[in-house]
Design a protein around this ligand. Sequence first.
Ligand SMILES: NC(=O)c1ccc[n+]([C@@H]2O[C@H](COP(=O)([O-])OP(=O)(O)OC[C@H]3O[C@@H](n4cnc5c(N)ncnc54)[C@H](O)[C@@H]3O)[C@@H](O)[C@H]2O)c1
Length: 266
Amino acid sequence: MGAGIVHVFLAAGSAVTLAEADADRARVGAANVEASLRKAEERGKLAEPAASLLARLSVVDDLGALPTDTALVVEAVPEKIELKLAVFTAVAARCPDAVLASNTSSLSIAELAKGLPGARVIGMHFFNPVPVQALVELVVHDGLPDRVVATARRWAEALGKTVIEVRDSPGFATSRLGVAVGLEAIRMLEERVASAEDIDTGMRLGYGWPMGPLRLTDLVGLDVRLSIADHLATRLGPRFNAPQLLRDKVARGELGRKSGQGFFTW
Ligand SMILES: NC(=O)c1ccc[n+]([C@@H]2O[C@H](COP(=O)([O-])OP(=O)(O)OC[C@H]3O[C@@H](n4cnc5c(N)ncnc54)[C@H](O)[C@@H]3O)[C@@H](O)[C@H]2O)c1
């Protein structure tokens, strides 16, 4: 998700700093951004050559190296609240004027904002693949100044995205509904109601979904979906309990597209 977010900001004309946790990951992150831009370039989707966009990209392996005048920080670290809080604490000290946006799929924005100086934490939820998906879900909580919401909306619209605004609540609008359907599809597979292919085809051709719920789970990542489901189960109750099949697949390393195997072979 981080690479996709960097891609769209570069394509919209911004100068971007990609921050990773260490030098190896920084190299992988930069390579992912480059691959994503080259693919878009081959398909004629970029207004500028990929090389000119890459000239506006800096890569650092330490949050302490972010430019202090950064206007917007979007974090896309794994879905663990301690990790996201640690990132925001470091960034808030380094970039005093930045709007701090989280790409979290489910965690409470108010909890991420707690203890940070200045009311400037907002949810800015992008969708996978970021350069293709047209939506940004802005997640707002009480006490967030209208000015911050308006700024985040302007940033998202400058990327060519359509914005929906959702009150801070577990899973917001999109993850709550999307995960509910995804978990039910996995339970149906466990109960041998139909094959993965047929469950997905049913939703595609019967309900007009562009992609079935199991293929979408593969695309998102089974580990990512499991973290979200576990969080939603603690906040919204047992209807979000993860099916055993999902836990087993994650334990076996079958994480979906990124590992080559999920509910489908990629
Ligand atoms: N996968 C999706 O389809 C999707 C969609 C929308 C939102 N999200 C959300 O985006 C976030 C990231 O998800 P992902 O699927 O891209 O996860 P991922 O595991 O693919 O990527 C996480 C990235 O964070 C980096 N990272 C880990 N610790 C770090 C640290 N301390 N400092 C800096 N970087 C660090 C990792 O190196 C990696 O590049 C999660 O909050 C997830 O819920 C994911």
